[in-house]
Design a protein around this ligand. Structure first.
Ligand SMILES: [Zn+2]
Length: 174
């Protein structure tokens, strides 16, 4: 009746960045431009699953997860405004500022959707060649609240291209 217990190893790396956003059509104060000190927890499993580790005993070295994920976050979301592509008013406003850095999201930049984007688009793009899969991403908007996106089923069927999803306009290098 019951499946026998099996061990699944995973590791979690914590990453931090700052970003601004607003929630399009939000009923109250989240509709204003504001920012957060975000914390992201990325949970990674070996592509082969189970207890697969390298000769040293690691799924992957923690430093590689940090390097790959943080360099993407630094380049794209850190000190940027995250704006929903339908929010033409916010897009028009952010384009008036010089210099400006913003990132256009295919949905409202809630913690839920940011977690989803990191899980479905960013992690496969930057971690894929390491032989690991991000199984879960948590985005902490405050010390008390986080949203979690979890992958179920076959990660190979995600089929999202990182390149085609990244839209960034950082016209002035700092
Ligand atoms: Zn917010």
């Amino acid at each position: 009746m019951h499946d026998p217990a099996v061990t699944q190893l995973s590791l979690i790396r914590q990453l931090k960045f700052c970003a601004g956003h607003r929630l399009y059509r939000h009923e109250s104060k989240c509709a204003f431009f504001h920012g957060h000190n975000y914390r992201v927890d990325v949970e990674v499993v070996a592509a082969g699953g189970g207890v697969e580790v390298d000769s040293v005993g690691r799924i992957v070295d923690f430093s590689l997860i940090k390097q790959r994920m943080l360099s993407w976050l630094d380049a794209n979301w850190d000190h940027a405004f995250l704006i929903f592509e339908d929010d033409s008013n916010a897009l028009a406003a952010i384009r008036l500022v010089e210099p400006t850095k913003y990132f256009v999201m295919p949905y409202n930049p809630t913690a839920e959707n940011m977690a989803r984007y990191l899980l479905e688009v960013v992690a496969p793009g930057v971690l894929g060649d390491l032989g690991v899969t991000a199984r879960r991403v948590a985005v902490w908007e405050t010390d008390e609240s986080c949203a979690v996106a979890t992958l179920t089923g076959d990660a190979g069927l995600l089929g999202l291209a990182l390149e085609s999803a990244v839209l960034i306009d950082d016209r002035h290098d700092r």
